[in-house]
Write a protein that binds this ligand. Structure first.
Ligand SMILES: [Fe+2]
Length: 357
């Protein structure tokens, strides 16, 4: 068993302000990487700028990261970073800006490389990355993964390079400006990370410390999430579940629901958490080791897998996806053994298609 988690995590109120000195100590000039709006709206961008200014650290803001960032955006940001003499990165947002910050860091540290290097196994240095989550799904603040859109393949894929953030600063106040849909979708993504990690070929007693803890915490807020009435403590629990789910998948990887979700997101624009969530109930019900599936259900506070399935359906609604696209996604997983290596049982195309909704 192995447990390796080199990211330093602080989680507390006014986290960015309290750790301003540590944040600014990674270099002389930061690139703050965000999407177009949410980092501004939730107040995180202002907090980071104030923290850097109070410590005398200069910065440049790159706020053009789209949902499901493309390699093209990463390369554009890299050119800005090189021209501006940036020596560390601060990703603020959901998975898209945090993953983009990791990929930009890699490309900035290796100006001789082009985008072809993302999916080659070469070991390369990278510059320090700080992550500040403003959603509660991706867990990117505690994973070494960066998932980019590959237009040529019409899907999303994690780059080959492992880039752990040096520092993660967590403050639940940034979650409170999210829409109900955004909150539901990202919470379901974290739930998927926990379940796909718990029911995984790489699961063991050591990494289950993370998935187990996350499932218990997720179960605490599930009823208020469904009712659309989260309390203040729930936001902290959501952030905690998402962060610890990141640690869980760092050690196990994800499984079939994530694999099936990528073409659904690419072709239909279904948000990541919703695209993953539509396979979760079916995944758990069809999992051959029902003893393990029941353990996971009990940790979440569900009596059985059927109750869990109907909860997820009530939360997300049915996601309409043409069967042909589901078959295409399942066939793509079956054609690449590497993509199913985390699922410890044989599985057919029909079985995967039946996991939907
Ligand atoms: Fe995910």
């Amino acid at each position: 068993m192995l447990f390796y988690m080199p990211t330093k995590v602080y989680s507390e109120p006014c986290c960015v302000e309290k750790h301003a000195g540590e944040l600014a100590a990674f270099g002389k000039r930061a690139m703050i990487v965000t999407g177009r709006n949410s980092a501004k709206k939730c107040g995180a961008l202002d907090d980071v700028i104030a923290a850097l200014e109070s410590s005398g650290c200069s910065y440049v803001v790159f706020d053009r990261v789209e949902e499901n960032p493309s390699m093209e955006t990463v390369m554009e940001a890299r050119n800005v970073a090189l021209a501006e003499g940036v020596d560390f990165f601060i990703g603020i947002g959901g998975g898209s800006p945090m993953d983009a910050a990791k990929a930009i860091s890699l490309m900035t540290a290796n100006p001789q490389e082009d985008a072809g290097v993302f999916y080659t196994p070469k070991v390369l240095p990278y510059l320090p990355v700080v992550c500040i989550p403003t959603t509660c799904g991706t867990g990117s603040e505690t994973t070494p993964y960066a998932i980019l859109t590959r237009h040529a393949l019409r899907t999303k894929k994690s780059i080959s390079h492992k880039i752990f953030p040096a520092l993660a600063l967590l403050d639940a106040k940034y979650l409170t400006t999210m829409s109900r849909t955004g909150l539901v979708n990202t919470c379901v993504d974290a739930l998927a990370h926990l379940l796909e990690s718990y029911l995984n070929a790489n699961t063991n007693e050591l990494n289950r410390i993370c998935s187990r803890e996350g499932l218990v915490v997720w179960g605490r807020f599930k009823d208020r999430l469904l009712a659309g009435e989260p309390c203040e403590q729930d936001y902290w629990d959501m952030l905690h579940a998402s962060m610890i789910a990141g640690m869980a998948i760092t050690h196990t990887g994800t499984s079939i629901p994530h694999g099936l979700s990528y073409p659904v997101t690419y072709e239909l624009g279904v948000p990541h958490g919703r695209a993953v969530g539509m396979f979760l109930g079916g995944f758990v019900e069809a999992y051959p080791d029902q003893e393990a599936a029941q353990e996971a259900m009990a940790l979440l506070g569900f009596g059985d897998t059927a109750g869990f399935h109907s909860y997820v359906t009530s939360l997300l609604g049915e996601v309409p996806v043409p069967e042909q696209l589901l078959r295409q996604g399942a066939a793509a997983l079956l054609s690449d053994p590497g993509k199913l290596k985390n699922y410890p049982f044989p599985v057919t195309e029909d079985a995967m298609v039946n996991m939907a909704n």
